[in-house]
Design a protein around this ligand. Structure first.
Ligand SMILES: [Zn+2]
Length: 55
């Protein structure tokens, strides 16, 4: 299951959310686990980051 990294702008906490692709595409409301706020932004997931190959 893909992991999505989020950052809370309220309490500055970073957290990871596990969602299936289907769940993620339905744009679920992500809530900060620390302050229960929804002022969160998605971070880039290093899991799927493509690295340019030097050949
Ligand atoms: Zn928070």
């Amino acid at each position: 299951m893909p992991a999505y990294e989020y950052f809370c702008n309220d309490c500055k906490k970073e957290f990871t959310v596990f969602l299936s692709v289907k769940e993620f595409e339905s744009k679920p409301k992500i809530i900060c686990p620390k302050c229960q706020g929804d002022n969160v932004v998605k971070k880039l997931t290093p899991f799927f980051a493509k690295t340019s190959k030097k050949s």
